[in-house]
Design a protein around this ligand. Structure first.
Ligand SMILES: C[S@@+](CC[C@H](N)C(=O)[O-])C[C@H]1O[C@@H](n2cnc3c(N)ncnc32)[C@H](O)[C@@H]1O
Length: 356
């Protein structure tokens, strides 16, 4: 019989520090449900519309239960989302930008929807951990898809036309003159629509393997008045139509694919001779030790439950994960046949690569 090694000594101060951090995490995790409820019921928006409100006034404005609204306001106040004085509650303008305004570049509401879908899918995640690791992108709670559009939307609205496209050599001039563009893994097609609105002389093809997303993308293009210049197709990224595109884009989707090299190679084959591939991925450093921050922590979590299982469901050779980093992404693009690859731009959540 072997003797168990002695348990390592516990440092009381380190234990206390860790408990403080973990309890803060639990408070934030439970409060994310309050964030979801505030977003769904319009509590943040109603509070942003007035200088301040009592629980009764907010409940009346939103058609909700006063006592629950009061408890929600207390939670929000304890978290620093809402301020309180003499029974009146106020959403400061900075918090209003993040929580009440879908069009603001710092809006966070979509993240609450993604979290709701992840919690609803924990049984699937548990099965994936015990099994082959796979969850098809289309098998998630439906709130994921709308949540992804709302989560990434602020960056797309604030950066795509303003920073990312201008960071690519000569691409804006071509788009302005009239270019052919493909958006691969386009999801709800927000990026396709934003580009179509900005470049009225260009035409666009959006493809995605998830049929309900393509339906939503078509509706979005009609609502935005650009449906005459966008074609959306249910199609795999390994089969980009070879139409001689000037620009192929892959927004926050390459790492969700089981065979990212094949997807990038297919994009390359679909490009015109002098065409450009733009790959937008979550921002990350190459090494785990350099990714120990809240943004990377959030992406690693999403990657565990959503992105990596999606790639594993496609039986491909690579599951990149959502924090692959520029070195691995560059390797993938080189393996796909691109010779000239560079990081063209970086924003707090995103990394933009240009490949030729
Ligand atoms: C995180 S979502 C991003 C969607 C959209 N580009 C955006 O940024 O909002 C990833 C998308 O990649 C799509 N996808 C994953 N694997 C794919 C594949 N092999 N072929 C085509 N689309 C794929 C999914 O269906 C999903 O819509």
């Amino acid at each position: 019989m072997t003797t168990a090694p002695p348990a390592p000594a516990v440092d009381a101060q380190r234990l206390e520090d860790f408990m403080s951090r973990a309890v803060a995490d639990l408070a934030a995790a439970e409060s994310a449900v309050a964030g979801y409820i505030g977003d769904r019921l319009g509590l943040y928006r109603a509070l942003a519309d007035v200088p301040s409100a009592t629980a009764a006034e907010l409940a009346a404005a939103t058609g909700t239960h006063e006592r629950l609204v009061l408890e929600w306001l207390r939670n929000q106040t304890a978290g620093g989302y809402v301020e309180h004085r003499d029974g009146r509650f106020r959403l400061p303008p900075e918090q209003a930008l993040a929580l009440a305004d879908d069009t603001s570049p710092v809006f966070l509401g979509g993240a609450f929807e993604i979290l709701a879908s992840v919690w609803a899918d924990t049984a699937k995640v548990e099965r994936a951990f015990r099994g082959d690791g796979a969850i098809d992108w289309g098998d998630h709670d439906h709130r994921l898809y709308h949540g992804v559009e709302r989560f990434y939307g602020p960056a797309y609205r604030g950066s795509l036309v303003q920073e990312w496209l201008p960071a690519l050599d000569g691409v804006v001039d071509r788009l302005a003159a009239g270019a052919r563009v493909a958006d691969v893994g386009c999801g709800y097609g927000l990026t396709t629509t934003i580009m179509a609105q900005a470049f009225p002389a260009s035409t666009f093809v959006g493809i995605d393997a998830h049929a309900p997303s393509i339906e939503a993308a078509r509706d979005g293009a009609v609502a935005a008045g650009v449906a005459d210049r966008i074609r959306f197709e249910v199609r795999d990224a390994g089969d980009v139509p070879a139409e001689g595109f000037d620009l192929v884009c892959i927004f926050d989707a390459l790492h969700d694919m089981g065979d990212p090299v094949a997807a990038a190679a297919s994009a390359r084959a679909a490009l015109a001779e002098d065409g450009v591939l733009m790959v937008v991925e979550p921002r990350a450093a190459d090494d785990l030790d350099d990714n120990l921050n809240p943004v990377a922590r959030m992406f690693y979590a999403g990657s565990t439950f959503l992105c990596t299982p999606s790639a594993l469901a496609q039986d491909g050779p690579h599951a990149l994960g959502a924090q692959a980093g520029p070195a691995v992404l560059t390797e993938v693009l080189h393996a796909a046949g691109f010779t000239d690859v560079r990081v063209a731009a970086e924003t707090p959540f995103n990394l933009v690569l240009e490949a030729r």
